[in-house]
Each structure stands twice: as structure tokens, then as C-alpha cells.
Design a protein around this ligand. Structure first.
Ligand SMILES: Nc1nc2c(c(=O)[nH]1)N[C@H]1C(S)=C(S)[C@@H](COP(=O)(O)O)O[C@H]1N2
Ligand SMILES: [Mo]
Length: 325
């Protein structure tokens, strides 16, 4: 078994207790109703006994290289698939890998809805053929202060968005993780987070060519623990924006709620752009620990927009990034 390395910020500390419980009291009613409705909608699709479950591990073909990949050395497959945040399965880093191993990723339908000309329900195997698969080797920076370099396989989110033809009035895109409490043990109660996990982007962020939907890793089908079968990757933002196991994409004219912002709005903003100049209220964001480095290796300086300033800084020109953190 892997042993927890010193220097980790325990996931349990991601939200201060007092804050967590204040929010809980406030929100329980609405969340409980939402969860009940979601359960009704998804239980049949994703909680039944399933036959065909083994997909991770198969090689993906026809992957093309991308100009957007970093030349930094990728983190090992072992670290990327054993050191994770996936609260539906476990709140520590090492248990989700095992607990997610038999998660059912087929059949899988993604609903595209809200302010679009062409709402659709797309089967995951149709989505996989939507656009050529690209390798995107991206830096991944968790808000907790650690980072990796991950060779994702995926395609630009904008390819999917264009198919749905959003209305001009759509200004945001909201994403939702599956609600499947029979498979995701922590979804059985709201003690950990409110389910399903939700995230969102502004429309221009969603359309940006760096924003991808990942379906693979190291040329293989995405391992369950990394968000199979479909997971968002926005490399200039903190890792929690990269919502896993997506079943719903909704277009809206108002800013959608996002899970960590609901839990602690003073600590996690909607934007959550990687920014070494805006500290988390409980720790500095100036440096990061690269997973896989030796324990004695110096920390890496955290880069503005995670090193993607040239591509994305213009999205935020004139914005006060301390206020809109
Ligand atoms: N549904 C869901 N998505 C999630 C999370 C989660 O707990 N549940 N954790 C987030 C966080 S905090 C991070 S850092 C990344 C981790 O992705 P990885 O495990 O593939 O490295 O997933 C993000 N997406
Ligand atoms: Mo994270």
C-alpha cells in the first residue's frame, strides 16, 4: 500500500468545520429535495446490475498530438491513478482508486440541455466519435497545493458545444456528476458534500481551445478513479473545477452553483483560476509540491494561470482577480 507522505494537506481540512456546518444547516432542505429528484432520474440508468464493466485499460486509437501539450515530464501512471481526489468514493487520496475500480461506465448517457437550439441525450460511445482524440499533456494544480503533469486524451469541449448550438443568451455552462449512491458510497448521505457534485464555466472559458473533455490517460481509456467515462479538464484552473463522471451539461444565462463554493464560499470561488498572488485563506498558493518528486526536492513555484497566461489571460482583462477568485 502507498503510504501518506508528510507535507500533505489532509482533504478533511479543505473546509473549516465551522464554515461547513453553517452552510449545511442553511442548505439541507433544498439539497435533499434535489438529491431525491436526481436519484429518481439516475438510479435506473446507473445503479442497475451491469454486465459489461471493464473498459479502463483498453488502448485508444487514432490519438493525435497537440501543440498545447507541455514538454514537462509526465507524472507516473501509478501516481495519477492512486493519488486522487474523488469524494464520492473516499475523502482521502488513496482509497478512491480501489473503491472506484468496479464503477459502471456503461451504459452512459450525457444530457445536453438548457439554453440550446438542439438539446440532446448522447451515448458515451457517440461522444467518443464526435471529434478526433488528442493527447493533451497538461499541468494539473490542486487547490490544496500539489501538482502533477497529466497526459490526458480527449477533445475540445467546444466541439460538443457547437453541436448543441447554444442560444446567444447562454452565458454559462453547468456540469453535473452522476448520482449513483449504490456505487458511490459517500453519496448515501450528505455528510461529506452535497450530491451530485456540480461545476460550471463561463461560456468563453468553456469554448476556449485549452478546455477539454477527457476520455483517456496515457493512451488508454480513462481509469474510473480519474473520472471515467467523461471528465472536464480546465488546465489554468484549480483541479476541483475538473468535474468527473459527467452526466449533464446545461447552458444557462446565470452563474451556476458549484460544489466547493456551496461548501465554503469564502475559500473557493466560481473562477478558481490558479493564481500565486491570491492565497487560500488557510494557506499560501505561491508554491506547489510536484507528486513523484523526492521528499527533499524543492517545491515548484506556482505560475499565474498555471503557466497558461499567454493563452487565457485575455479572458480576464480588466477583472479584479482578488475579488473574483
Ligand atoms: N465528481 C467529482 N469530481 C472531482 C472531484 C470529486 O471529488 N468529485 N475532485 C476534484 C479535485 S479537488 C481534483 S484535484 C481533481 C482530481 O483529479 P484526479 O484524481 O484525476 O487527479 O478532480 C476534481 N473533480
Ligand atoms: Mo483539488
Amino acid at each position: 500500500m502507498l503510504i501518506k507522505k508528510p507535507g500533505d494537506i489532509p482533504s478533511s481540512e479543505i473546509t473549516s468545520k465551522s464554515n461547513y456546518f453553517t452552510r449545511r444547516k442553511f442548505i439541507t432542505g433544498a439539497a435533499a429535495t434535489g438529491a431525491a429528484i436526481a436519484a429518481g432520474l439516475y438510479l435506473r440508468n446507473h445503479d442497475g446490475p451491469l454486465e459489461d464493466t471493464v473498459h479502463a485499460g483498453s488502448k485508444l486509437s487514432g490519438i493525435v498530438k497537440s501543440q498545447y501539450s507541455t514538454t514537462e515530464k509526465p507524472t507516473s501512471f501509478k501516481d495519477i491513478t492512486n493519488y486522487n481526489n474523488y469524494y464520492e468514493f473516499g475523502t482521502d487520496k488513496y482509497s478512491p482508486a480501489g473503491l472506484a475500480a468496479n464503477f459502471h461506465t456503461r451504459p452512459w448517457t450525457v444530457s445536453i440541455e438548457g439554453m440550446v437550439k438542439k438539446p440532446k441525450k448522447l451515448d458515451i460511445d457517440t461522444i467518443l466519435k464526435l471529434s478526433p482524440l488528442e493527447e493533451r499533456i497538461y499541468r494539473h494544480r490542486c487547490v490544496e497545493g500539489w501538482s502533477m503533469v497529466i497526459p490526458w486524451v480527449g477533445f475540445p469541449l467546444n466541439a460538443l458545444i457547437k453541436q448543441a448550438e447554444p442560444l446567444g443568451s447562454a452565458k454559462f455552462v453547468a456540469f453535473e456528476t452522476v448520482f449513483a449512491p449504490n456505487q458511490m458510497p459517500n453519496q448515501k448521505s450528505n455528510d461529506v458534500l452535497f450530491w451530485p457534485y456540480v461545476e460550471g464555466l463561463r461560456m468563453d472559458e468553456a469554448m476556449h481551445p485549452l478546455t477539454i473533455l477527457a476520455v483517456g490517460l496515457y493512451d488508454e481509456v480513462l481509469p474510473n478513479v480519474d473520472g471515467a467515462p467523461l471528465r472536464l479538464v480546465v488546465p489554468w484552473k484549480y483541479g476541483f473545477k475538473g468535474i468527473k463522471a459527467i452526466v449533464k451539461i446545461r447552458f444557462a444565462d446565470t452563474m451556476p452553483p458549484t460544489t466547493w463554493n456551496i461548501m465554503a464560499s469564502n475559500e473557493y470561488g466560481f473562477y478558481s483560476n490558479v493564481n500565486p498572488n491570491v492565497d487560500h485563506p488557510r494557506w499560501s498558493q505561491k508554491t506547489e509540491r510536484r507528486i513523484g518528486d523526492s521528499l527533499f526536492a524543492p517545491k515548484h513555484p506556482t505560475l499565474m494561470f498555471n503557466g497558461y497566461s499567454d493563452q487565457v489571460a485575455s479572458l480576464y482583462s480588466g477583472m479584479d482577480l482578488k475579488k473574483y477568485f
